[in-house]
Design a binder for this molecule. Structure first.
Ligand code: FAD
Length: 288
């Protein structure tokens, strides 16, 4: 089933993101985690991929993980696919492999540019990849968006114009970068609708489980930290269990507020932790 159709049912779509085992490690390593996450019956599970080259972009472990979710767990799967270091032939091969495994949903991404890896020239933006996927198969294509603006975009308005190009190229569902403050998300949503984007938008929520994790994430994506959140980290930074529990409650409160305000979907960055996903899902499943 195409993920875009899930938003027609008038309920909040709930999805979980997982990362596959590292390249070269057996894909089976993540299967017990996937079985536990699938027991929660999320609407779909998405699987990240590396951006380092054709082998990792949509590489074997992303494919096999997505295939296990779809074919063994009976949950709809979405495979992430980056294009920054891929040729059209590379992407064509990955599309064939996804088709063979019955995976019909793709998150089309540019990926982060690594100055140490020479770029291939077939795709410049995720919108180019989206066009290529739409022309080469019957896939549902989703795309990334950034409530606080993408780090490379000069400003939010130019980022939104580029986002519109991505939607016009065939992206039918948007998933946001993680955020810890709902206010910029609501103002982003107003701008998204004003610019004429009517695709559903799932809000990316990451329950914080450690201080190191939050520092890494914020350095990577530049999400702002509201004072309430920063105080929570400061208070519990030396008590990992307390920080994890506080992070779960914080994310739960964010989600309740988002659902109350009519968000289209919640995309949980659960960092492959069934414990965290179970706690969050257990507290909000009746609200969806
Ligand atoms: P694009 O949409 O191409 O945008 C990149 C920049 O180019 C933006 O500044 C944008 O404003 C600009 N731009 C876009 N289109 C145009 C245009 N037509 N003309 C001019 N400028 C344009 N990375 C991974 O490596 N693996 C993953 O699995 C992964 N999963 C992710 C999941 C989500 C939900 C999100 C939000 C991000 C994920 N990323 C992942 C990170 C992502 O690859 C990076 O944020 C990357 O820097 C941008 O990817 P994009 O698809 O948003 O790029």
């Amino acid at each position: 089933m195409k993920v875009s159709r899930m938003f027609d049912k008038g309920k909040t779509v709930f999805s979980i993101e997982v990362f596959p085992p590292k390249k070269g490690a057996p894909p089976e390593g993540v299967f017990p985690t996937l079985e536990r996450l699938s027991d929660l019956r999320p609407d779909f599970i998405s699987v990240t991929c590396g951006a380092g080259g054709s082998e990792s972009a949509g590489g074997d472990n992303t494919l096999e993980t997505a295939s296990f979710i779809k074919n063994k767990c009976g949950v709809e799967a979405m495979a992430h696919l980056t294009c920054v270091n891929s040729s059209k032939a590379d992407v064509g091969r990955i599309l064939g492999a996804l088709r063979e495994r019955g995976v019909e949903n793709i998150l089309a991404l540019r990926g982060d540019v690594n100055p140490d890896i020479p770029r291939k020239n077939d795709f410049t933006h995720a919108s180019d990849l989206t066009e290529f996927i739409k022309a080469n198969g019957d896939f549902g294509v989703s795309g990334a968006c950034y409530p606080e603006g993408h780090v490379e975009a000069g400003n939010l308005n130019s980022d939104l114009k580029n986002l519109k190009k991505k939607v016009d190229a065939g992206v039918s569902v948007l998933i946001t970068q993680l955020f810890f403050d709902n206010s910029p998300f609501y103002s982003f949503m107003e701008k998204v609708r004003l610019i004429g984007i009517d695709a559903p938008v799932s809000a990316g929520i990451m329950p914080v489980t450690s201080k190191k994790q939050i520092e890494r994430m914020v350095a990577m994506c530049g999400a702002s930290l509201p004072p309430k959140f920063a105080k929570m980290i400061a208070r519990y930074e030396n008590n990992p269990e307390a920080l994890r529990d506080a992070g779960i409650v914080y994310a739960g409160e964010q989600i309740v507020d988002l659902i109350s305000n009519g968000v289209d979907g919640i995309h949980l960055y659960a960092m492959n932790s069934p414990y965290v996903a179970e706690k969050i899902f257990g507290s909000v499943s009746k609200l969806l």
